[in-house]
Ligand binder design. Structure first.
Ligand SMILES: [Zn+2]
Length: 262
């Protein structure tokens, strides 16, 4: 077997395990609980989950999607997060093989994806973007930027990301008297600016607000009258950030050739 295939399998398996840990983060972080201790318990009957019932995806299948003790169903989110995390880690390892890309880039891609995917699921479930993820995310992003030689762009990106959204939210509040964005969104954009530099911000802001407006109005149309469909903004920011991270250069070249700049 070649190195590309072996590293893809290994990194995919680690991704599954990290997905299992991300489930703990999604459950506990919005509640302000520690993600390290105590051991995982069934949320229904409080029985501690033994290690062989805690193997990603496999345990969920063997247990028939139910808790061993009380028989209450285990949420779909658990295997889905594990599988998507494993698949994404494996895909990154496959499409950006370690033989062609620097380990620094691979680590950066995998960590950024893991943070954004975990934040997306927390935001969808609870409308929160915990500081316990965004603050370390900003620090990690700056560390990568420092190692890769664009720390100034990243520092400007983090400050501008926070500042732009703070300003928009302030103007929105002055104009309408309502809160448009949460503080978590400011910190998430600061994290994206730290990871990718300020150059990423215009694209991320434009794409996330554009898709957010379209999907938001579609959901409003689909929803019955009187029912207020609410979707947090974080997932749009996360998806736009990931698109810029992987395809930003191509998008920029495509745009420049479209408007005729060389
Ligand atoms: Zn139980």
């Amino acid at each position: 077997m070649d190195l590309q295939l072996i590293s893809t399998i290994y990194i995919g398996i680690i991704g599954l395990l990290v997905g299992s840990f991300a489930n703990v983060c999604v459950h506990r972080m919005p509640r302000g609980e520690s993600v390290v201790s105590p051991r995982s318990k069934c949320p229904n009957c409080n029985t501690e989950i033994v290690w062989y019932d805690n193997i990603p995806v496999i345990s969920w299948l063997i247990l028939g999607r139910k808790c061993r003790c009380c028989g209450s169903p285990i949420a779909w989110r658990y295997p889905i997060l594990e599988l998507t995390m494993g698949a994404a880690w494996a895909s990154i390892a496959w499409f950006y093989p370690i033989t062609e890309y620097s380990p620094l880039f691979l680590a950066q891609a995998i960590i950024l994806f893991t943070l954004l995917w975990t934040l997306t699921l927390i935001d969808l479930e609870t409308f929160l973007l915990p500081n316990a993820l965004t603050f370390p995310g900003i620090a990690i992003g700056l560390l990568f930027a420092w190692q890769s030689g664009y720390i100034i762009d990243a520092l400007i990106g983090a400050l501008a990301g926070y500042g732009i959204f703070w300003l928009i939210a302030w103007l929105f509040f002055k104009a309408t008297g309502r809160e448009g964005m949460g503080q978590g969104d400011f910190k998430l954009l600061a994290m994206l600016g730290a990871f990718m530099g300020w150059q990423a911000l215009p694209f991320i802001i434009m794409l996330s607000s554009f898709t957010g407006a379209i999907i938001g109005s579609l959901l409003l149309l689909l929803a019955k009258k009187g029912l207020k469909a609410e979707i947090p903004y974080g997932p749009y920011l996360a998806a736009s950030g990931m698109i810029w991270f992987f395809w930003g250069v191509e998008i920029l070249i495509g745009y420049q050739s479209m408007v005729g700049i060389r």
